[in-house]
Design a protein around this ligand. Structure first.
Ligand SMILES: Cc1ncc(COP(=O)(O)O)c(C=O)c1O
Length: 388
């Protein structure tokens, strides 16, 4: 059977589409999801690809996940539990929350999206970090909110004074979107700085604490216990975490939030698609959650690798931010595009940062020992050639 290809839109058609789209959508920047391993293999003819652009766990999920998934095909014809009851109870039990305070999403990015859909109206102000995780800017803008982005300091740390000023001056922002530790910088607010920001946040501001790298940050002294701090507050908040990083489940898309109270979860329930977390994702996340020792081994290994990589890079004279995560943010002090491209040509995928002011930075995930070594060797070659 031959399939007729449609002629491409002419200019008038393209203009029509642009006019029909919501103005907020027309202006949205595209999320930079990077290249797949397959594309890199095909485009550059490399055998091995080092995936160091998405902050995945190089060891993958616990073997218990594989076992749980093998029994799944019998149930694949049935809708999953729309309320993720088993997973929410398990998360609640270990985090000291009530199951009704827990919400699960198709990745934590899904929860960022439904939070914006549930709370933001055109013109609302949202405060977040610069540089930022792309969706902290894109989803608020999708709803027509104005996003105030607070740059990190020249030393690549949170500018706590700027946060306090942005939260306390003028009308209360509708939402504060704070990733701790930050992505892409990797810097961390310690307990005292976190408390200062929480206490400066007006009660009418929904405080969204994105802890996608929580399990790694626990290895850095001073990382705040956000849940304990926030539970002492009479205010709306939600802490987001994910199964995509330390738990090795990025491909199955599961993130969760622990909210100040069940009414916040009920509001999100009205906005999310009813079956937002599929059956395989629920089963896999529960199996992973029930094997915390495996996750902790992965995280400990990654932290050791990170410190080794940082020491090697420093010895090469490379400048970077401190990191409480599974990645490092490197200032190449030259445009990042050609370096990232040269790394790709040798099969190493990193993320060249594109936000204005940060175009000399690349974000590099901590991978397996083999991939970290490959990255170092290739970077060294590139920097040596560029010096000639
Ligand atoms: C800060 C931050 N938040 C949220 C996410 C989204 O993670 P996921 O949707 O895979 O749970 C990421 C992923 O990179 C992230 O870095």
């Amino acid at each position: 059977m031959t399939v007729a290809t449609l002629p491409p839109f002419n200019t008038a058609g393209a203009e029509l589409l642009t006019r029909l789209a919501r103005p907020e959508v027309r202006e949205l920047p595209a999320y930079n999801a990077g290249l797949s391993s397959e594309v890199v293999r095909q485009r550059y003819g490399v055998q091995h690809v080092a995936r160091l652009a998405s902050n995945e766990n190089p060891f993958g999920p616990s073997p218990a996940v594989g076992q749980a998934l093998t029994q799944l095909s019998l149930k694949a014809g049935l809708y999953p539990d729309p309320n993720c009851r088993a997973l929410r109870s398990a998360i609640a039990e270990r985090t000291g929350a009530q199951p009704d305070q827990v919400v699960v999403g198709n990745g934590s990015e899904n929860l960022l999206e439904v939070l914006c859909q549930a709370f933001l109206e055109p013109g609302d102000r949202v405060v977040t970090l610069l540089p930022s995780f792309g969706l902290h800017e894109i989803y608020p803008r999708m709803m027509g909110a104005r996003v105030q982005m607070l740059p990190v300091t020249p030393a690549l740390e949170f500018d706590v004074d700027a946060w306090v000023a942005a939260l306390t001056q003028g009308p209360a922002p509708k939402m504060a979107m704070l990733s701790n530790p930050s992505n892409p910088v990797g810097c961390m607010l310690d307990a005292a700085a976190f408390r200062r920001i929480v206490q400066a946040t007006p009660q009418e501001t929904l405080l969204v604490i994105d802890e996608a790298y929580y399990e790694y940050a626990l290895h850095t002294n001073g990382f705040p216990d956000a849940l304990a701090e926030l539970r002492a507050q009479n205010r709306p908040w939600i802490v987001l975490r994910t199964f995509s990083k330390a738990w090795g489940l990025a491909g199955l898309r599961v993130g969760y939030g622990i909210a100040s109270d069940d009414r916040l979860v009920q509001l999100l329930d009205r906005v999310r698609t009813p079956f937002n977390v599929n059956l395989a994702a629920q089963v896999a996340a529960l199996a992973a959650w029930n094997d915390p020792a495996y996750m902790e081994r992965c995280v400990s290994d990654t932290v050791v690798q990170r410190e080794w990589l940082i020491s090697q890079l420093r010895a090469m004279g490379v400048v970077m931010a401190p990191s409480a995560t599974n990645f490092v943010f490197i200032n190449l002090q030259r445009p990042n595009g050609p370096v990232a491209e040269a790394l790709l040509a040798r099969g190493v995928i990193v993320k060249p940062w594109k936000e204005v002011g940060y175009e000399s930075f690349i974000r590099v995930s901590i991978g397996s020992a083999q991939d970290n070594t490959l990255f170092l060797e290739v970077l060294q070659d590139i920097l040596r050639i560029e010096k000639l």
